[in-house]
Ligand binder design. Structure first.
Ligand SMILES: C[S@@+](CC[C@H](N)C(=O)[O-])C[C@H]1O[C@@H](n2cnc3c(N)ncnc32)[C@H](O)[C@@H]1O
Length: 193
């Protein structure tokens, strides 16, 4: 559900996004803090609406734009966890989620370390942190049984950063998991286990 508070927060974050602020740490390890492009938010919301997950996980919160789109499509009583390694960014995103009164918890820490401490399974996962980490993160989620048959998997940047996503994309082919790449500006992978 898109409330007035959510609409206002999305509008503000999209304005910021157009100005192109981006971030990388000193050695470039953590990549850009670029939010989803304008063509992807509504799509995430529609996919969340149709998948209707009770529990969803996002990897790569940044300022919370995609989290707001996802949670807007999720059913009443559902919950979204979202992982961000940058403490200040994560804390600010949590404040925004609280202001918007949405059921989102920002889990602060490096994604694989956070995943190692998670217990309950998820119905939907959106990958949007380091692109070359999608594959190990996917394997961690499977090994810890945090995802399984029926889980919807979404991943951004599988076209514009295809090379970094290659081991992740190859996994779907090798395992025979049906998947589709929606030709958004960056490329959104949509699959169901
Ligand atoms: C592309 S941005 C996410 C954009 C966000 N999904 C949106 O559309 O609004 C990636 C974010 O993931 C964070 N990040 C990168 N690597 C990470 C890691 N290994 N663990 C946790 N967060 C990470 C970065 O700090 C950055 O904020």
């Amino acid at each position: 559900m898109r409330t007035e508070k959510i609409e206002a927060a999305i509008a503000e974050l999209e304005t910021y996004a157009k100005h192109g602020e981006s971030y990388t740490n000193a050695d470039g390890r953590y990549g850009w803090r670029n939010p989803i492009r304008a063509d992807t938010g509504g799509l995430l919301q529609a996919l969340a609406l149709t998948a209707s997950p009770k529990r969803a996980l996002e990897i790569g919160t940044a300022h919370g734009l995609s989290a707001l789109y996802l949670v807007s499509g999720m059913p009443t009583g559902s919950h979204l966890d979202t992982i961000e390694f940058h403490e200040e960014v994560g804390r600010n995103a949590q404040s925004l989620m609280d202001e918007c009164e949405v059921p989102v918890k920002v889990l602060i820490g490096e994604a694989r370390a956070v995943i190692a401490g998670l217990e309950a399974p998820y119905d939907l996962v959106f990958f949007d942190a380091q692109k070359n980490q999608y594959h190990p993160q996917l394997l961690d989620l499977l090994e810890r049984k945090l995802i399984g048959p029926g889980t919807v998997l979404l991943a951004d940047n599988v076209i514009d950063r295809e090379e970094e996503c290659r081991p992740f994309l190859d996994w779907f082919v090798e395992q025979g998991v049906e998947h589709h790449v929606v030709p958004t500006e960056c490329g959104l992978l949509v699959a169901r286990l």
